[in-house]
Design a protein around this ligand. Structure first.
Ligand SMILES: Nc1ncnc2c1ncn2[C@@H]1O[C@H](COP(=O)(O)OP(=O)(O)O)[C@@H](O)[C@H]1O
Ligand SMILES: [Mg+2]
Length: 245
């Protein structure tokens, strides 16, 4: 039997021009920070932007953006509340700070449910903060969203990059477009990641520096956007805009 929600998802996303999944083979590399700051950056540039936190086990974009007490409105589906000018949807609206341990099939089901009830309306960009790894969520999103593109995040570490290499190869094999790879938390110049990324036929987007001031700016969007980190993300946003006319 075909799940009727799958067709609904297509309709829900019909007026969203670009869907960008921020993803990595690893956790702790800066996906959530990049997704949140990228969404804010695009929004400040005048785009209509949505942010979807899809990290079921460790949602964090609400902490980065400093938004509390939001609740989506129910109206023939769910309307994402506005957070710092973004249309914002997070699993935390439903998990209420409780841990949300879900198994494979439940993750799929929750994703399909969330995607089929959310009314994004008209957006230029929907940025998705993905859970780490090549998970069911990754495969589901590829399956459910035809025009999804990926933005991959690694750190300078080989340990992180090897997981990103696998993800990149998988996306290539599945013919899913990849905007490029961001090297985050760079502490000293090295060409290792750039040459590996280019060797795989992908675009090396930006070396985003390790920014010791970032932690203090958490939850304060104005301050966040002035960090060195945000400067790096702005360069990524410019490339993204060029690649997604
Ligand atoms: N460039 C950076 N400089 C300093 N700290 C960073 C940088 N990028 C991310 N962080 C910090 O590293 C931690 C992990 O980032 P996060 O975005 O939560 O990673 P992920 O979503 O990939 O698990 C957070 O505390 C975040 O503030
Ligand atoms: Mg995260």
């Amino acid at each position: 039997m075909v799940d009727p929600r799958l067709e609904v998802i297509e309709q829900r996303l019909a007026k969203v021009r670009h869907i960008v999944a921020v993803s990595s083979g690893k956790g702790g590399v800066g996906k959530s920070m990049i997704a949140a700051v990228l969404a804010m950056t695009l929004s400040r540039k005048g785009h209509r932007v949505g942010l979807l936190d899809l990290d079921f086990t460790s949602p964090s974009t609400h902490l980065i953006l400093g938004v509390e007490g939001l609740q989506p409105e129910e109206k023939k589906g769910i309307i994402p509340p506005s957070a710092q000018g973004l249309r914002y949807m997070s699993i935390t609206f439903y998990s209420l700070d409780e841990p949300t341990p879900l198994r494979g099939a439940d993750v799929s089901n929750a994703i399909i449910e969330l995607m089929s009830i959310t009314r994004w309306g008209e957006l230029d960009y929907l940025v998705i903060d993905m859970p780490p790894g090549i998970s069911d969520a990754t495969l589901d999103m590829i399956r459910l969203i035809k025009n999804i593109v990926f933005l991959l995040v690694t750190t300078p570490s080989k340990v992180a990059f090897e997981t990103v290499r696998k993800l990149l190869m998988l996306l290539h094999r599945l013919e899913v477009p990849v905007i490029g790879v961001i090297e985050n938390m760079v502490m000293k110049p090295s060409t290792y990641i750039r040459s590996e990324v280019e060797g795989l036929g992908a675009l090396y987007l930006e070396a985003v520096p390790f920014d010791p001031g970032l932690e203090e700016a958490l939850g304060d969007v104005e301050r966040l956007l002035e960090t060195k980190f945000a400067h790096g993300v702005r360069c990524v946003a410019s490339v993204l805009e060029k690649q997604t006319p």
